[in-house]
Design a protein around this ligand. Structure first.
Ligand code: GLC
Length: 804
């Protein structure tokens, strides 16, 4: 069953049935002014922090209410409906609607009783307020007299928890006033004399506003109870039923913004108005409203600017393959998902409330990888930032605060850091993610000078990027376990594996091995022979160790417990087969061909399902060791044998690196949101974005997916597809093209910007192979193999690769 379709040209997902199995959301704005909106207008807004800057209220886990509601009322018949299907929820026989989620805007179209409405929600580019631009058209044959009411439910406190649970405080600090065209919602109004820096009990007066432009306000209400009416709900507010708002203002209890306008429409006539929301003081709110004197023109310009901004970013890499599901993800939705995770980290969604006031180290370093091919300059800025959050001992700060002050931060070794962030210790993998990320950035951009750029450490001192990487490696060297493999510490990639100082992680060992391969390239560039020799030697030793300790007949084990017991060996009653060590043995280059073929075959047999491969099998229940925290989850869920979406990206990459194009693509399709568009009743999650995980075969809800949008999956799948399947593998000197595609693809093309040049790439597959290059031509000149040295590239480079 589907609830909509992809409009690839407009880069929109169009929801044609509003009764989706879950709220299907979109991101507007940026965390400076963040807004989430569902296809039924549910969602919230905040300034800077989802937890501490909350403006519009949203009740989590409560069927997607409240939201940015616009009600339309026919003053003749007294019938009313909403511009989004909910909250009024008219019968879908008579109410037709579409929701168009686009790049940083969401449009709702509705047709009901001869009235067509279109509301476009967006945050203007680089602005810190939001716009609900409404067009109403009379599609009937007679004149219509409508009342249009906009409703914004303000939180009583910027802190969302105070708003939700500390009512004995937060209900007694709010008030609203009406000013010309808007409701002003004031928190701590009695402190209006207090200046910034002189807070009373850390509190200051703050204003929010909800304004109407494009039509005069006919009636208004600033009090939630008066607007809704007791024993009414969002679906039938008294204020809307009456066609006139009460004029009541809030003094204590719950404020809101409700503004109504009269709209007389001749047959065929269209009128436009806009509601505006923000956290602004009087003058600024006034200045913002004044921009909308000509609503239609202003909103049109802003929306153009916004789509222009996003589409330009996506244009840097566009692919055309025989698979629409693949193209729509790579060209628009996975790419946009990557930007959202890159920008928003894990800050705010319908599952993350914004309480995490910082960047998870590994999450963010991984997120960067998803945008490198689209916006290397944005990646660079974030890489610098993350390197500046590396401690001088080489480890990453588990949580990098939004207020990060490089050079002056405490570390997990300080009680103050632990108290402030709740992160008690280092993780084994954090800084190891820097290796592929920094490498990919330099290879894409050609910015080799970055290797010598000096960047501070989080706590003290500074060093070149090269030295930062050496320290990252040294961190692992200095945290080895009893067998000589990296200790698992507080966690590795898997937050549910607490292996401590004496337990050891094979995943980290493989990352460590891979890091050495990458660092050798940096050392070669630096002509640092002594260090190259050291790495060569150490990597050999490590490789032998991993092979001796971690290879178990047809699989790589997951590591060792603190007590020295093997995790993930064939004979374990539970969790005897794990996904990540198999894919990472390939990605890291450690696995021999034979090991790779065997273990990946084992993944197909043991872990793969129609929705992707589960993280391990069987789930933990009775045999979890201390530190195997996955046991806290229901079987088939999250790290306890769920289909952890992020790991699918590594699986795609691993199969692609092995030249198994068919299998790589199969893994892509199993878990790709777009490929499940017609199974929406099973997946439940938005068919245009990734979620953290899908319930595995041990769950009665096998195939149901969760925790939308903000997941490392976006970047790993992007890398798996672009670097793996499409085979775009830049290095310091140029671009290697090594596609690994389904044998039945005849050809595909790529439009790619690379180091200031544009590449038109055509890959032909006349012999229907899965991988391999017969010939590569650059501007008609035949290359030696499948590599394009950057010197061969011209402003418009024509590239033709023939597979065989
Ligand atoms: C979540 C975390 C991520 C972790 C993963 C596996 O997605 O955000 O950091 O690697 O779970 O535990």
């Amino acid at each position: 069953m589907n609830f909509g379709y992809f409009d690839d040209e407009k880069r929109e997902y169009v929801i044609t049935r509003p009764d989706t199995p879950a709220p299907w959301a979109n991101y507007l704005g940026s965390p400076e002014y963040g807004a989430l909106i569902s296809n039924n207008a549910g969602g919230y807004s905040f300034a800077r922090s989802g937890a501490n800057g909350r403006i519009l209220r949203y009740i989590f886990n409560q069927f997607d209410q409240p939201g940015r509601y616009i009600y339309l009322r026919d003053n003749e018949s007294k019938d009313y409906w909403s511009a989004s299907w909910q909250p009024v929820g008219k019968d879908l026989e008579s109410y037709k609607s579409e929701c168009h989620h686009g790049t940083a805007y969401t449009k709702m179209l509705a047709d009901y009783s001869g009235i067509h409405s279109e509301v476009c929600y967006y945050v203007p580019l680089n602005q810190t307020y939001e716009v609900w631009h409404l067009k109403v058209t009379n599609a009937s044959a007679c004149e219509r007299n409508l009342t249009i009411t906009g409703y914004a439910e303000f939180t009583n406190n910027n802190n969302y928890e105070q708003d939700q649970v500390n009512l004995q405080y937060s209900q007694f600090i709010t008030s609203t006033v009406f000013e010309t065209n808007r409701i002003r919602h004031i928190i701590h109004g009695n402190l209006d004399w207090v200046k910034e820096g002189e807070e009373v009990d850390n509190k200051l007066a703050i204003s929010r506003f909800f304004a109407l432009t494009g039509a005069p306000v006919d009636s208004y209400c600033g009090d939630k109870e008066s607007f809704l009416g007791r024993y009414h709900g969002y679906h039938n507010p008294v204020g809307v039923e009456n066609g006139k708002l009460s004029g009541e203002m809030c003094y204590n209890e719950n404020g809101c913004g409700a503004l109504a306008a009269q709209m007389l429409l001749k047959p065929g006539e269209t009128k436009e108005i806009a509601f505006l929301v923000g956290m602004k003081e009087h003058e600024e709110a006034e200045a913002i409203c004044n921009r909308y004197a000509d609503v239609a023109a202003q909103c049109e310009t802003e929306l153009k600017e916004l789509t222009g901004y996003w589409h330009e970013k996506l244009e840097h890499f566009q692919v055309h393959t025989p698979s629409r599901e693949f193209d729509t993800m790579i060209n628009t939705w996975n790419a946009y998902n990557c930007f959202m995770t890159f920008i928003w980290s894990r800050a705010a969604s319908f599952f993350y409330c914004g309480l995490r006031n910082g960047y998870g180290y590994r999450d963010t370093v991984q997120d960067i990888q998803g945008v490198i091919h689209l916006a290397p300059e944005m990646a660079l800025e974030k890489i610098r930032f993350m390197l500046s959050a590396q401690v001088d001992n080489g480890g990453g700060l588990p949580l990098v605060k939004f207020t990060h002050n490089a050079g002056h931060e405490d570390t997990p070794d300080d009680a103050s850091y632990v108290q402030e962030t709740g992160h008690p210790a280092y993780r084994a993998d954090d800084a190891l993610w820097l290796f592929p990320t920094v490498y990919k950035y330099i290879a894409e951009s050609g910015n080799l000078a970055f290797i010598d750029e000096v960047i501070p450490f989080a706590n003290k001192d500074e060093a070149t990027v090269y030295e930062h990487l050496k320290r990252a490696l040294a961190f692992s060297v200095n945290h080895l376990g009893p067998h000589g493999l990296p200790a698992g510490l507080y966690a590795d990639w898997n937050d549910c594996l607490r292996l401590g100082k004496n337990g050891e992680s094979s995943f980290v060992a493989l990352q460590f091995y891979y890091a050495m391969t990458i660092l050798k390239q940096f050392a070669a560039y630096k002509e640092d022979q002594a260090y190259m020799d050291y790495l060569e030697e150490e990597q050999k030793k490590l490789g032998t160790l991993i092979n001796n300790l971690c290879w178990n007949e047809d699989r790589f084990i997951r590591g060792f417990t603190e007590a020295g017991e093997v995790i993930g060996k064939r004979t374990d009653p539970e969790a005897n087969m794990w996904l990540n060590p198999q894919s990472w043995a390939v990605i890291s280059g450690l696995a021999t061909k034979q090991q790779a073929e065997l273990s990946m075959e084992n993944v197909r047999k043991r872990l793969n399902t129609e929705y992707g491969a589960i993280l391990m099998d069987p789930p933990y229940h009775l045999h979890a060791f201390d530190g195997a925290l996955a046991v806290i989850y229901n079987p088939g869920t999250k790290e306890n044998a769920g289909i952890f979406s992020q790991s699918q990206g590594w699986l795609i990459l691993a199969e692609a690196l092995l030249g198994h194009g068919d299998q790589a693509f199969t893994y892509f399709m199993e878990n790709a949101p777009s490929a499940q568009n017609d199974r929406a009743e099973i997946r439940k999650l938005e068919p245009y974005c990734y979620g953290q995980f899908t319930e595995g075969k041990d769950s009665p809800h096998f195939g149901r997916s969760h925790v939308h949008w903000l997941t490392g999956t976006a970047s790993t799948v992007m890398v798996g597809c672009v670097e793996g399947i499409l085979g775009m593998r830049p290095d310091f000197g140029g671009l290697r093209i090594a596609p690994s595609i389904p044998a039945d693809w005849d050809q595909f093309t790529i439009e790619k910007d690379f180091r200031g040049k544009h590449l038109h790439i055509v890959v032909e597959n006349p012999e229907h192979v899965q991988s391999g290059c017969k010939a590569l031509y650059v501007n008609e000149e035949k290359m030696e193999d499948n590599y394009i040295p950057v010197e061969k590239m011209t402003d418009q480079t024509k590239v033709r690769l023939v597979m065989a």
